[in-house]
Design a protein around this ligand. Structure first.
Ligand SMILES: [Zn+2]
Length: 560
């Protein structure tokens, strides 16, 4: 009986064992792959892998802005208490400040190594990408990247951007967003049922953005910012701007707007920057509108010569006071200051001396409508085409504009318009562009910052050619040469390695404030390569800006 019971029990036991084994076999071998697959699907997740943003480079390949990868220790909310305490101890020992919860940004390399070796539960090491710009170098031109605003999301959503994407907010970062921004990829992360990562792989490989080379030159930019900044500080000016263009293709070699700001601390400084009455966020080079003063005499000169009103040989007598109209009867600056006159002068001499009477007479003979046409032909009062957002077009003085703002235009208003007063208002970029077009044999190039995308050169765009007879252009250029050789800039330009031409201006803005100082220049005289415009608000005389112009021209010619 005992034996029977024993065998029955043993039989049952083996039977059960067999059944269990069969079940296990079924589970693990027959259906194992399917079960495994199902379990993995349940706990695999997909993450977006942001594409690396392309670099911004200067014309010589120096980095202006690039992505920087920094490490972060990610601490999950359900990290077990003993692991949290161990992590706190490690932070203490490595001198890293951590509150005891949340991620640890920018850990020291030593802490990273120790955390990795300790294999703490629910603690992982990840990376974060930040954009490193050039600080206070050309902040308005290089720009910033940042999180999208709701309005930007409306536009970018259709282009496939995730909601938390970083996009260019201003400057070149915004202008070339489509080139710099790559296409995000996806990563599939597998975890076991305890949440530990068991493997990962790319779903879609991210496609990095393209490197964008700008026409900007880092060294010229530094020289311009430093020299102009020193000038503004020394003269107590509230702001100023400067632009240097490549005469041969319209490329921007340097563009500064002062005061500026630091892109690295922009967020922290934002409240102070927006409240600052000096408007440091405004890019004065493309958004500041300034009366050109006597630099506009270049336009009047070109119009008078090309319209046949004068020849390079025509002489006009400076009478001190211009009495053609009963009113107004404005004076030459020399007569007003010293009671003297410039006498009988040619256009070249009158440009060098900046004789007002000569250009009152030239402007009157050309007439306001034709004068306005010439200003526009030379690019004033319209967009230069530069890729930066927010460019102002300015105003060419004339009856139409005056009436549009409720004013009255008088016949004699042409006199002040001809010497760059009246309602003439232009950006420093437009003044540089006008100078470049004029001295570049009338070839007008669309202003641009883009030099190269990846390895491919950008093709400059011609905006046409302004017809200027060679002998007329020579008369104008010789007048500008006189300014730097014997005129008001002779001392500042004495040590330049090449000869340059220039014209200065001083434009009254308000009775109780000093005039704005304006200067335009080009070099070399024989074969113009670069054109320059400088404006110093309340800087007084344009000739005082000679040292700033000479500094940047010197840097340019030492480099090439
Ligand atoms: Zn005069």
């Amino acid at each position: 009986m005992t034996n029977f019971r024993f065998f029955t029990a043993a039989g049952l036991f083996f039977g059960l064992l067999l059944c269990f084994s069969a079940l296990l076999w079924n589970l693990q071998v027959v259906n194992g792959a399917a079960y495994y697959e199902r379990s993995q699907q349940a706990i695999a997740r997909t993450e977006t892998v942001p594409a690396a943003r392309g670099k911004l480079l200067d014309r010589t390949g120096k980095i202006l802005a690039q992505d920087m990868v920094s490490w972060v220790i990610q601490v999950s909310g359900d990290c077990p208490e003993p692991d949290l305490q161990r992590l706190e101890a490690l932070c203490r020992e490595e001198g890293v400040d951590w509150s005891g919860a949340g991620d640890i940004a920018d850990p020291t390399p030593e802490l990273l190594v120790r955390v990795r070796s300790e294999d703490l539960t629910r603690v992982t090491i990840g990376s974060a990408v930040t954009r490193q710009g050039s600080g206070d170098l050309a902040p308005h031109i290089i720009g910033r990247v940042g999180k999208m605003t709701p309005d930007q999301w409306e536009d970018y959503r259709d282009q496939g951007y995730p909601m938390d994407a970083m996009v260019g907010q201003d400057g070149a970062e915004a202008a070339f967003e489509a080139l710099l921004h790559g296409t995000d990829g996806t990563k599939v992360i597998h975890t076991d049922r305890q949440g530990e990562v068991t493997g990962e792989g790319y779903g879609v490989q991210p496609k990095p953005g393209q490197d964008v080379t700008l026409t900007l030159d880092r060294d010229l930019q530094e020289t311009l910012q430093t020299a102009l900044g020193d000038y503004l500080a020394a003269h107590g000016c509230p702001g100023g701007a400067g632009v240097m263009l490549d005469v041969t293709d319209g490329g921007v070699l340097a563009m500064a707007s002062l005061p500026g700001y630091d892109t690295a601390t922009f967020s922290a400084d934002y409240a102070r920057l927006t409240a600052d009455p000096a408007a440091p966020l405004m890019n004065r080079a493309i958004q500041g509108l300034y009366a050109p003063g006597s630099t506009f005499k270049l336009v009047t000169a070109a119009a008078a010569l090309e319209e046949g009103v004068l020849t390079p040989e025509t002489r006009i007598l400076d009478t001190g006071r211009y009495t053609y109209y009963p009113s107004p009867q404005p004076q030459c600056w020399l007569y007003r200051q010293e009671g003297r006159t410039h006498g009988l002068e040619t256009l070249t001499e009158a440009l060098t001396d900046s004789c007002n009477i000569f250009f009152y007479d030239a402007g009157r003979r050309v007439g306001i409508d034709t004068l306005g046409t010439w200003a526009e032909q030379l690019g004033l009062g319209m967009s230069t085409g530069v890729e930066l957002a927010g460019e102002k077009t300015g105003v060419v003085a004339g009856p139409d504009y005056t009436r549009s703002v409720g004013g009255t235009w008088y016949e004699g208003s042409v006199l002040s318009a001809a010497i760059g007063q009246e309602n003439n208002r232009f950006t420093p970029l437009q003044l540089a562009h006008m100078t470049a077009t004029l001295v570049g044999d009338g070839n007008r190039w669309q202003v641009h910052l883009l030099k190269k995308v990846g390895g491919e050169d950008y093709t400059p765009v011609s905006l046409g050619k302004v017809d200027i007879a060679p002998e007329n252009l020579t008369a104008i250029k010789e007048g500008m040469l006189g300014v730097t050789q014997t005129g008001s800039l002779a001392s500042a330009f004495r040590d330049l390695p090449v000869r340059a031409g220039a014209k200065t201006g001083s434009a009254q803005v308000a009775a109780d404030r000093a005039s704005n100082a304006v200067l335009v220049a080009f070099a070399p005289y024989e074969d113009p390569q670069v054109a320059l415009a400088l404006v110093a608000q309340e800087g007084g005389s344009g000739s005082a800006l000679g040292e700033v112009a000479a500094a940047i021209l010197k840097t340019y010619f030492e480099k090439i």
